[in-house]
Design a protein around this ligand. Structure first.
Ligand SMILES: CSC[C@H]1O[C@H](OP(=O)(O)O)[C@H](O)[C@@H]1O
Ligand SMILES: Nc1ncnc2[nH]cnc12
Length: 305
């Protein structure tokens, strides 16, 4: 198990273009070796202006060396859980599938359509213990209700938000990648009800649920994907350009949301709604659960230790 003397309640996952939170003060770095390997990057424990501690992790590695299909997501979630993290705030660059979601806008989605291809390890319950997590609402709805107004507040000053819109109640499509979608796929996702698209929210959100953690995605729109007939389809150049313009706003959003949420999480008002839920989602009879499975699961669920 990883150890730190600090009480760390929130984990922040930085996506493409957000490889550090240099507006906060780093106090320690931990790099736990979990039963699923090392996380994508060491966890940097950062101090908020009011004193609370959060842990930051770069999803694709600090040098962006892990493609979305090869991010060690189980290790990332287990590493956070092992140092006491209860709530994950994950940032992501997304394509827009809707005219009114402009590049530069922020989106806090509440639904997911899975278009990954089954090549990513997507569960902690694959060997020794069988469990079926409830996932109808893939994000923590209570957390979303708190995060959305805080994102709006953070972006309200013109010099920070630069007029960026904030959207809620949207559906994110998670595709496999790494190549972007064809125009036909992009149009199909629109017909399905997708509003934004990325390559990262799964299995992250699912594994957080299995680890009984609260998870929300703060997405930044970087492009219009491939569906707009009048425009060329998305390129990585376009994504990176918008991300650079937005990195400052994202750091501000992170700081504001974390500052306000920290005491609420500490008081148990937010972020503890999933604690204990996997007990009722596990179907394996106790006498069939192997010692090895228990040992592994003790990283994410204390009642297996
Ligand atoms: C760099 S374009 C595609 C890449 O960007 C998004 O990354 P993240 O979610 O980590 O911000 C998307 O999911 C893809 O992985
Ligand atoms: N158009 C797009 N498709 C998938 N992931 C993305 N990340 C940013 N833009 C994207």
């Amino acid at each position: 198990m990883a150890t730190t003397e600090h009480k760390v309640l929130i984990g922040v996952i930085g996506g493409s273009g957000l490889y550090h939170l240099d507006n906060l003060t780093p106090v320690e770095t931990v790099n736990p070796k979990t039963p699923w390997g090392y996380p994508s990057s060491p966890l940097t424990i950062m101090q908020l202006p009011s004193g609370g501690k959060v842990a930051f992790l770069a999803r694709h590695g600090v040098g962006h060396q892990f493609s979305p299909s090869h991010v060690p997501v189980r290790a990332n979630i287990a590493a956070f859980k092992s140092i006491g993290v209860r709530v994950i705030l994950a940032f992501s660059a997304v394509g827009s599938l809707r005219e009114d979601i402009h590049p530069g806008d922020f989106i806090i989605p509440d639904q997911i359509i899975d278009r990954t291809k089954g090549i990513r390890p997507a569960t902690f319950f694959d060997e020794g213990v069988v469990g079926h997590a409830m996932f109808g609402d893939p994000f923590d709805s209570e957390l979303l209700k708190r995060v959305a107004p805080l994102v709006k507040e953070a972006l309200a000053p013109k010099e920070i938000g630069n007029g960026a819109g904030v959207h809620t109640g949207k559906c994110v499509v998670c595709m496999e990648g790494p190549a972007f979608s064809t125009r036909a796929e992009s149009n199909m996702y629109r017909l399905w009800g997708g509003d934004i698209i990325n390559m990262s929210v799964l299995p992250e959100a699912k594994l957080a649920r299995e680890a009984e953690m609260s998870y929300a995605l703060v997405a930044t729109s970087t492009d219009y994907d491939a569906w707009r007939v009048s425009e060329h389809p998305v390129t990585v150049e376009e994504v990176v350009k918008t991300l650079h313009q937005n990195a400052n706003a994202s750091r501000h959003v992170a700081e504001h949301v974390l500052e306000v949420l920290y005491p609420e999480i500490e008081a148990g008002e937010v972020g503890s709604g999933f604690v204990g839920t996997m007990k009722y989602s596990t179907v394996t009879k106790a006498e069939y659960i192997t010692a090895e499975a228990k040992e592994k699961l003790s990283w994410i669920l204390p009642y297996y230790s």
